[in-house]
Design a protein around this ligand. Sequence first.
Ligand SMILES: Nc1ncnc2c1ncn2[C@@H]1O[C@H](COP(=O)(O)OP(=O)(O)OP(=O)(O)O)[C@@H](O)[C@H]1O
Ligand SMILES: [Mg+2]
Length: 634
Amino acid sequence: MGGNVKGSLRFLWPYLWRYRRGFAMGLAGLAIKDLLSVSQPLVVRSATDALGHGFTVRVIFEFCALLGAVSLTKGVFQYWMRVILIGISRDVEYDLRNDVFSRLVTLDSEFYSRTRTGDILARATNDMNAVRMMLGPGVMYLGDTLVTLVLSVAVMLRTDWTLTLIALAPAPLVSLAVLGFGRRIHDRFETIQGMFSDISSRVQENLSGVRVVRAYVQERAELANFEKLNRGYIHENLRLAKISGVFNPLLTALLGIVFLLVLWAGGLRMAAHKLSLGSFVMFNLYMGMLVWPMIAMGWVANLLERGRASLGRVRALLAERPRIAAPAVPRPVPAPLHGEIEFHGVSMLFSDGSYGSAAFSNGLYGNGSLSNGSYGNGANHNVSDGSGHRSDAASGPRLQSDRRVLDNVNLRIPAGTTVAIVGHTGSGKSTLAALIPRMIDPSAGAVTVDGIDVREFSPGDLRRQIGFVPQETFLFSATLGENIAFGVEHATEDEIRRAAEIAGLAPDIADFPDGYQTIIGERGITLSGGQKQRAAIARAILRNPRILILDDALSSVDTATEERILTSLTGVMRGCTTILISHRISTIRSAGRIFVLEHGRVVAGGTHAELLARGGYYADLYEKQLLEEELEAI
Ligand SMILES: Nc1ncnc2c1ncn2[C@@H]1O[C@H](COP(=O)(O)OP(=O)(O)OP(=O)(O)O)[C@@H](O)[C@H]1O
Ligand SMILES: [Mg+2]
């Protein structure tokens, strides 16, 4: 535990050190404000005792003016303290959030395949907020409480230590009650939050999948599911209401007892002439002031505990390193690349054990001392977290085996040529393609570009010269032009237009309401599958790549459009090494060389004519597709 606190501090230190001046000013404000607060009852005591000796309007006026001045100054410093300290916690949160995001964008697919999107989002929102609450209000109230407590108890002890001890006896009870109830209330609240996000993701899924729901006549079933979730949500809310219903009166009662004690013991001591009226009044005022610290102690302890747990999770995230990274001394990527690609005995194994895995979550959430029930309750993710991994998949029996997706692949792709890859679905084509821009690294063997192992390059430098159209296109919710220009700074409109023309998207864009300025995605129009693919191709072309990889990038367009696009692409393809992946012979038949993949092995290679002559998968596929075409033509 001690080490953990030290670790947290060491981690936070650079973030805090940046704002050391602000911190010093804020704490100075806090000290001055507390000194002034604690002096107020002293003024009242002098006033009360002075009035006991004689009664003049002037004295009353003077004391009132003094109190007013003290209050006003105190208010100024309080404002100062709050603005500075809370402001700093926001600044630290801002820095931390930027660091988390920049780590998230550098992490590779390996991280995302074992981490649930919901967990990442929780880290970026809830955890970040808990850290901020710890550093801002947590630290501020801790300082405030301690200073007020020490100062006022010192004054009280000096005045009458017996009465002080009697008055403060129930204080730990109040703090403990706040601590205990606070933790329970927080846990329930977290459960409710989790259930609420279940409900929202359910609604979101139903909205986006509304066509599927209707097509499969699942409205009733979905409604029943929703009602169940909704009922659970209300149930938890009632539980929360019950516990806070007990807590508030209990707290009031405890505080009432404190005041009763002071009145009783103080009254007795005053009657025995051991205490002046002024001191008695002062005691009551101090007790009023100390009520808040008593409550705050429990509250602050909760804030600190939660913040520390969250900080642990944020630290674990920031400690993640991409497995695919530049070596210590990266080789400069030749500019421009020739584009010769070679696979030397490349094998790729995927361990199923790492899939949908709880490895990340276990390390962070199941940490025993850290968990406060908020993540360990399992209620959060039962339905769906939007990432496609279901929690039951992770907890069910799991085969701990390695699947060999690529098996000793040896290929040479000369610079400037066009090579096609065909094969059954799941034969490893996309995996093969992903190795070239280092989206993944091989388990064995090496991929070289221009004779250099790609692992010697910095991935970013390498990728800048590669146009990669992945099988699943992704477009951002932005304008079409911005989507095409993604990744190319200062692309001119002409360049964007040219890329769209080559990709065969220009005629479609002419029909869009705002042309290249048309917003697409959630906030705008929906592109058809083929339009999306062509936008992705345009994006790859705009980079002027030395290596172009089209992973099934024309699967959603009809054969006539495909032919047109391929023809206009020839100009681009002539200048670079192109890898075409497709299930359609029509796409690839003109490629210089075609390789057939089967179960991760290259089983045949040659030109269209050579492969036809050899028979086997390629010839079968060709015949089948030829037949289909003829049937279509009828
Ligand atoms: N990141 C991964 N982790 C585990 N298995 C994977 C991963 N990526 C791919 N696979 C598996 O590797 C095999 C080959 O997948 P790949 O996507 O390369 O096939 P493909 O030939 O491109 O298929 P398709 O023609 O359907 O696109 C599949 O069984 C797939 O489940
Ligand atoms: Mg594929």
